[in-house]
Design a binder for this molecule. Structure first.
Ligand code: SDX
Length: 428
């Protein structure tokens, strides 16, 4: 395969090297294009532009393949352990037993919030959006961990990662309790990561919430499936903010804001509202499909389509199976799962979706599984953020460790006024 491309710009002909990744993905190296020709490229959604080299996650959108550090996502479903997957994403390999024990202990040591952070919850309106609370509080943590604002070695990075990954649960659970006017539950150091989160969410002063192994495994799986997804919108946000040498807390707080968007992490909420509308009789599945295809209607089939997958999102396949398993174990059914299945069946038989290669994505079934665990819809995107946090940290670290990193500063095509003069106020 050629290792360079020839580009002709006016009467100039230049060679562009072709870079190749370990899985055969190829890119034109245009790092010298503007210096050589004076022109830049135009790719507003960045769908044709590689932001970086990365060894963290590999996606083959055509085949529906997702691998974390080379390991197929399906292999994490056997004995799902989110803490292990998180450490692996950040440090590049599966942890040895002693490393996993050390990191788990760090998470336990850092599960509490400083009382100063905790007190801020009393001043937050009960109906405040949980993603607003999460982003603000992640940034707020920087006030209490100033020693971790400048990370110079792996040990301090691990300490900062542990604080963020551990405390994000506590922040999420405290915001949920605040929204219900309930007293917060302090974390229980005897519980594993996911069980502790569910305890903080659902225990009552007079009754400890008992987590079944099935639900704990399902939540570990949920967080693992959301842990990273290469250069998605929120992860690229971490890279952009982090490229300015902004600290890890600020970079992750910015990523929370990007994930909040209904086209990104907010889609799992939109999916549930869509399914609920159908269940409540406001819309038939057929109407839903019809509305989604209508270009004059802003409604989309939420949980369907993807910027990269042109095949079934492997995470959606795993989540769909997990829904069946958990409902069987809990001896429960959820009519919304049947509606989701019906919608999928209609869409995958409809030329509009088939021709555009639109398939279920990670958000199509995730909300149904979270609901089965008792997690309310307004906490779904927060759960996505808890899962994605290790991926954000891994990308921040990979970029921070790369000596060739420069501040990300894209160019533009100017379409404004040609040179004009200032008009004094009295003449306007
Ligand atoms: C996530 O990037 C990541 O990796 C993200 C993520 C992660 O893990 O970080 O995977 C998580 O964000 C998943 C996506 C969640 N969002 C949704 O489910 C919202 C619904 N989906 C769409 O809005 C849409 O599919 C996007 C935003 C995901 C992608 O938008 P694009 O890039 O515009 O989709 P496209 O270029 O493939 O669209 C091709 C055509 C267009 O119509 P035409 O111009 O050809 O007529 O398909 C249409 C689109 O309008 N289309 C849809 C649709 N998705 C695309 N039409 C109806 N319903 C949809 N869901």
């Amino acid at each position: 395969m050629a290792d360079k491309a020839i580009l002709t710009v006016g009467d100039q002909k230049i060679e562009l090297p072709i870079l190749e990744g370990t899985e055969g993905d190829r890119a034109l190296d245009i790092t010298k294009l503007r210096d050589q020709t004076g022109v830049v490229t135009f790719d507003p959604s960045l769908g044709n532009t590689s932001l970086c080299r990365s060894a963290i996650t590999f996606i083959d959108g055509e085949q529906g393949v997702l691998r974390y550090r080379g390991i197929p996502i399906e292999q994490f479903t056997v004995k799902p352990n989110f803490v292990e997957a998180a450490w692996m994403l950040i440090f590049g390999r599966l942890p040895k037993r002693e490393e996993l024990v050390r990191f788990s202990n760090l998470l336990t040591e850092n599960e509490l919030l400083h009382e100063g952070v905790k007190h801020q919850f009393q001043h937050i309106p009960p109906d405040a959006p949980p993603m607003a609370i999460l982003s603000a509080t992640l940034s707020h943590l920087a006030c209490y961990h100033q020693e971790l604002l400048a990370l110079e070695d792996e040990e301090s990075l691990e300490a900062a990662a542990a604080r963020l990954i551990s405390k994000v649960r506590t922040i999420a659970a405290f915001s949920y309790r605040r929204s219900l006017g309930l007293p917060v539950n302090y974390p229980d150091p005897h519980l594993r990561y996911c069980a502790n989160f569910l305890h903080m969410m659902f225990s009552l002063p007079y009754q400890q919430y008992i987590v079944t192994r099935e639900v704990e495994d399902a939540l570990n799986l949920m967080f693992i499936l959301h842990a990273d997804h290469e250069q998605n919108c929120s992860t690229s946000t971490v890279r952009i903010v982090g490229s300015a040498k902004a600290n890890l807390f600020a970079s992750c707080a910015a990523a929370v804001c990007a994930l909040w968007g209904p086209l990104h992490g907010g889609a799992n909420v939109e999916v549930m509202e869509m399914l609920q509308r159908i269940h409540d009789g406001g819309l038939s599945p057929e109407d839903c499909i019809r509305e989604a295809k209508d270009k004059t209607n802003p409604f989309r089939l939420y949980g369907f389509g993807h910027r990269v997958y042109r095949n079934y999102d492997p995470r959606a396949k795993i989540l769909k199976e997990a829904c069946d398993k958990v409902f069987h174990q809990l001896k429960r059914k959820d009519p919304l799962l049947d509606i989701a299945r019906k919608l999928e069946e209609l869409a995958l038989a409809d030329p509009y979706f088939v021709d555009r290669r639109l398939y279920p994505n990670v958000d199509f079934y995730s909300g149904i599984l979270l609901r089965a665990m008792g997690i309310p819809t307004n906490m779904f995107t927060v759960c996505f953020a808890i899962g994605r946090l290790p991926g954000w940290i891994a990308h921040w670290k990979e970029q921070h460790d790369d000596p060739s990193t420069k501040i990300l500063r894209p160019r533009q095509i100017y379409t404004g006024q040609p040179k004009t003069d200032y008009t004094p106020l009295e003449k306007r």
